[in-house]
Design a protein around this ligand. Structure first.
Ligand SMILES: C[S@@+](CC[C@H](N)C(=O)[O-])C[C@H]1O[C@@H](n2cnc3c(N)ncnc32)[C@H](O)[C@@H]1O
Length: 254
């Protein structure tokens, strides 16, 4: 994918700096404690971007690896880690087809980045890549997008502005239906930046596929390498009883 915004790691990080990495680190550890079957020493952040959560996990003493297809994101992450005295390994790879030289104990993908599997074949190949590097009993946590397209809010433009020092970033996010039979939607993310008075604009428009919960479970079954642990509300490790469009999914390597 040729991306404008994922080549702007610093501005991307400011745009999404509402992420509470400490809270998410706590949530990961609660999932590991409740559902994991192995001792977790190593952690993989898939489609890691500036990886605020991975920095938090490195601070907590885990061996950490960030995987992304954007060199700019990975270079940015590496330089932040070295400035902050953190040891974070980086891997430049396509999340839909990768191999790691070492096994890892816990993997996650945040912020709806699972949409970058783009179609069911790539989704299956993504699952195989993750399964092949995850130790038996290890967990894979997927923070899904909220995918309730029956709700008009799903299609509504969202905008927010974040500031850091003298840099202001206004973000616009919108999904537009492309082909609802194939569940393909157009995702547009725009960053309007005011960097010390210098005005810049970056836009990505990308076709992505929305995977519905029942389809998601069937794809996990078809892959065959994971147990489906369940869907969860955000910020909770309590299993959801009813299907929800807004969920975190948890898989455990067989
Ligand atoms: C929405 S950002 C998420 C960043 C970070 N995980 C977070 O929670 O803020 C998506 C990231 O996915 C990466 N990405 C997109 N397609 C990818 C692919 N096929 N393989 C690996 N990384 C990919 C982008 O470079 C970007 O850093």
């Amino acid at each position: 994918m040729k991306s404008q915004i994922y080549n702007q790691a610093k501005y991307y990080e400011i745009a999404f700096s509402f992420v509470d990495a400490k809270k998410q680190g706590d949530l990961f550890e609660r999932f590991i404690k409740k559902y994991g079957k192995i001792k977790v020493e190593s952690v993989l952040d898939i489609a890691c971007g500036p990886a605020l959560q991975l920095e938090e996990m490195a601070r907590r003493g885990y061996r950490t690896i960030g995987l992304d297809s954007s060199s700019q994101m990975l270079n940015y992450l590496e330089s932040k880690a070295s400035q902050n005295g953190l040891k974070i390994g980086i891997v430049k790879a396509d999340m839909n087809n990768f191999q790691l030289s070492q096994k890892i104990d816990f993997a996650y993908i945040m912020m709806g980045s699972i949409v970058y599997t783009k179609n069911n074949d790539l989704f299956l190949s993504h699952l195989k890549s993750v399964a092949d590097c995850l130790g038996s009993g290890g967990l894979y946590l997927i923070e899904n997008l909220d995918i309730n397209w029956a709700d008009p809010k799903f299609w509504k433009k969202q905008t927010w502005t974040m500031k850091q020092n003298k840099i202001k970033v206004k973000t616009t996010f919108q999904l537009i239906p492309k082909n609802l039979l194939t569940q393909v939607v157009m995702q547009t993310i725009k960053l309007e930046v005011d960097d010390n008075g210098k005005k810049l604009e970056f836009v990505d428009s990308d076709e992505v596929k929305i995977v519905a919960p029942e389809e998601f479970k069937l794809l996990i079954e078809k892959n065959g390498q994971f147990e489906f642990v369940g869907f969860f509300e955000r910020e909770s490790v309590k299993l959801l009883k009813a299907v929800s469009s807004n969920n975190i999914a948890l898989l455990r390597r067989k």
